[in-house]
Design a protein around this ligand. Structure first.
Ligand SMILES: [Zn+2]
Ligand SMILES: [Zn+2]
Length: 483
C-alpha cells in the first residue's frame, strides 16, 4: 500500500465512522474485513448485537452479516468497501467508543493455524537477504505470535549476518528491534492477548528467577540473550519453515518477518497509542544507551562525560547529557562524524588518530585531570582501558556498555585510583517491567526518537538498510513490513 493510498483509506475509514456510523460514547463496534464468521459470536457476546458495524470486505455475505449483527433496536450498519480495519479501529478508539477488541481477535482466527507470510531470510553469511514465503507455526506454551508492523536494523544484525568467527546458524531470520501487535497466544500466556501492542526484546524477563526478582539485575536466567540458539526454548524447534525445512530464529525475536513467534517473557506490552514506526527503535541500542546514563552512570548537573564510539548506543546518551549542560566529549576514530555528533549536542570531538599521545591524556589535558563519567560503546579492549583511564581519579566512573571482545585483558594495576568501573547490559532495563515506561518517555516528549531515525525503507528493500548502516550513512533505518 503506498502512502497516498493509506491516506485516502484513512479518510474513508474516518468518514465511515464519524459521518455514517456515528457511534456515541460507549457504543460497541464490530469491524469486518477479518472474516465474517465470528459475527454470530459477537451477537451472542453483546447481548443481542453490537450498536454499529462497519463492513470493510466488500463481500455480500459479510454485508448481510454486518447488518444482522447490530442490535435489532439500534440497527444502523454502514457499508464501506475497503480494508481499513486498523484505521477504523484507531478512529473508534479516538472517539472513546468501546470496541470489541477480543472479538476481532476471534474473527481473525488464524490462531492455532500456520500463517504464510513474507520474511527476509539470510541463507548464508554475508549474502543479501532474500524475501521468501515462510510458514510460521502457531505459538506453543508461553509463546506469542506477533504481527510485526515495523522493524529497524541494528549493528548486531549486521554483525551476525556477517558471522565472522561465529557459529554459522543459517538459514536464519534476523532482526531484533521492532514494534508489532499480538496475533495469537499459546498455552499459559495470561498477561498478553490478541491486539496488544508489543516490542520484542532480545533478552527476556521470566519474573521468577533470582535475577528477575532482584531490583539490580536484568540478567534473567531463563531468557538472557543467547545468540547461538536458533530455536524456541519450549521444544528446541523452530517455528519458521519453508517447504518443511526449518529456518532458524535469531535472539528469540526474528523480526525480519511479517509474523514471528516470541517467548512471552521477551515482549514488552506498550501503550497502544505509541506510534510503532517510532518506538520500534526502543528494542535495543537506544534503550541501552539511555539506560546506561540514567540507570548506571547517573551524571549530576554539570558533569563532564566522554563517550567512546558513535552509533545509536553512543548517541542515545545525549538527551540526559545535554540537559546537564556539561562537557560532552566524543571519541571516535572516524573524522566525518563530527557533524552528526554536533547535532546531538557534543561540545568536543576527539579523533585518537589525530594525536600523538594516548587518548586518555588528551582528555585529561582538556578537563584538568579527567572527565567525571566515561561510557564505552565500542567493545574494543583498548577503548575500554582508555575509558577507565580518562575518568578523574578519586571520583570518576567508567561504564562499559558493549560486550568485551573475548581477548580482553584487564590491566588490573590500573584499577587502583578510586575510580569506579561499571558495566551494563541493555541499560539495566528489565524488558517487561521497564521498557513500557521508556515508551512513555517518548510519548511525554522527554526522549526524542525522530532524530535517530534517519531512513525508512519498505520491506522489499531491506538490503538497502544494511547498505546504509555498513556505509555509516544511517543511525536507524526503519523497515515497513507491509507495502
Ligand atoms: Zn528470569
Ligand atoms: Zn541491537
Amino acid at each position: 500500500m503506498s502512502n497516498t493510498a493509506g491516506r485516502v483509506i484513512r479518510r474513508k475509514g474516518f468518514g465511515a465512522t464519524v459521518n455514517v456510523a456515528k457511534p456515541t460514547k460507549g457504543s460497541t463496534v464490530a469491524v469486518f474485513g477479518l472474516g465474517a464468521v465470528g459475527l454470530v459470536l459477537i451477537a451472542e457476546m453483546t447481548n443481542g448485537g453490537v450498536d454499529r458495524s462497519i463492513e470493510c470486505t466488500g463481500s455480500t455475505e459479510a454485508m448481510i452479516s454486518a447488518f444482522e449483527c447490530v442490535h435489532d433496536s439500534r440497527a444502523f450498519p454502514s457499508s464501506h468497501t475497503n480494508n481499513c480495519t486498523q484505521k477504523v479501529l484507531n478512529t473508534t478508539k479516538a472517539l472513546k467508543s468501546q470496541f470489541i477488541f477480543r472479538a476481532q481477535g476471534k474473527m481473525t482466527n488464524k490462531a492455532g493455524q500456520v500463517i504464510r507470510c513474507k520474511a527476509a531470510v539470510a541463507w548464508e553469511a554475508g549474502k543479501p537477504l532474500e524475501i521468501e514465503d515462510v510458514e510460521v507455526a502457531p505459538p506453543q506454551k508461553f509463546e506469542v505470535r506477533v504481527k510485526i508492523h515495523y522493524t529497524s536494523l541494528c549493528h548486531t544484525d549486521v554483525y551476525f549476518w556477517e558471522a565472522k568467527g561465529q557459529n554459522l546458524i543459517f538459514p536464519r531470520i534476523l532482526g531484533h528491534e521492532a514494534g508489532g501487535i499480538v496475533e495469537s497466544v499459546g498455552e499459559g500466556v495470561t498477561d498478553l492477548a490478541p491486539g496488544d501492542h508489543v516490542l520484542p526484546v532480545f533478552t527476556g524477563e521470566c519474573k521468577k528467577c533470582a535475577h528477575c526478582k532482584s531490583k539490580e539485575s536484568n540478567l534473567c536466567d531463563l531468557l538472557r540473550i543467547n545468540t547461538d540458539r536458533g530455536v524456541m526454548i519450549h521444544d528446541q524447534k523452530s517455528r519458521f519453515s519453508i517447504k518443511g525445512e526449518p529456518i532458524f530464529h535469531f535472539v528469540g525475536t526474528s523480526t525480519f518477518s511479517q509474523y514471528t513467534v516470541v517467548h512471552v517473557g521477551c515482549l514488552a506490552k506498550i501503550n497502544p497509542d505509541a506510534p510503532l514506526d517510532k518506538v520500534c527503535v526502543l528494542g535495543c541500542e537506544i534503550s541501552t544507551g539511555f539506560g546506561a546514563i540514567v540507570n548506571v552512570a547517573k551524571p549530576k548537573k554539570g558533569s563532564t562525560v566522554a563517550v567512546f564510539g558513535l552509533g545509536a548506543v553512543g548517541l542515545a546518551k545525549e538527551p540526559e547529557c545535554v540537559v546537564l549542560q556539561g562537557l560532552l566529549v566524543w571519541i571516535q576514530i572516524l573524522s566525518d562524524v563530527n557533524k552528526v555528533a554536533k547535532k546531538f549536542g557534543v561540545t568536543e570531538f576527539v579523533n585518537p588518530e589525530g594525536h600523538n599521545k594516548p587518548v586518555h591524556e588528551v582528555i585529561s589535558d582538556m578537563t584538568e585531570g579527567g572527565v567525571d563519567i566515561s561510557v564505552e560503546c565500542t567493545g574494543s579492549t583498548d577503548a575500554m582501558i582508555s575509558a577507565f583511564e580518562c575518568v578523574h581519579d578519586g571520583w570518576g566512573v567508567a561504564v562499559l556498555v558493549e560486550v568485551p571482545h573475548e581477548d580482553a585483558v584487564s590491566n588490573t594495576y590500573k584499577l587502583r585510583s578510586e575510580r569506579t568501573l561499571k558495566s551494563t547490559f541493555f541499560g539495566n532495563y528489565k524488558p517487561r517491567s521497564d521498557i513500557p515506561s521508556v515508551v512513555e518517555k517518548y510519548m511525554n516528549k522527554e526522549l526524542k526518537l525522530e532524530k535517530f531515525i534517519t531512513h525508512q525503507v519498505p520491506f522489499s528493500k531491506i538490503n538497502k538498510a544494511f547498505k546504509y548502516m555498513r556505509e555509516g550513512e544511517s543511525i536507524r533505518c526503519v523497515i515497513k513490513m507491509e507495502e
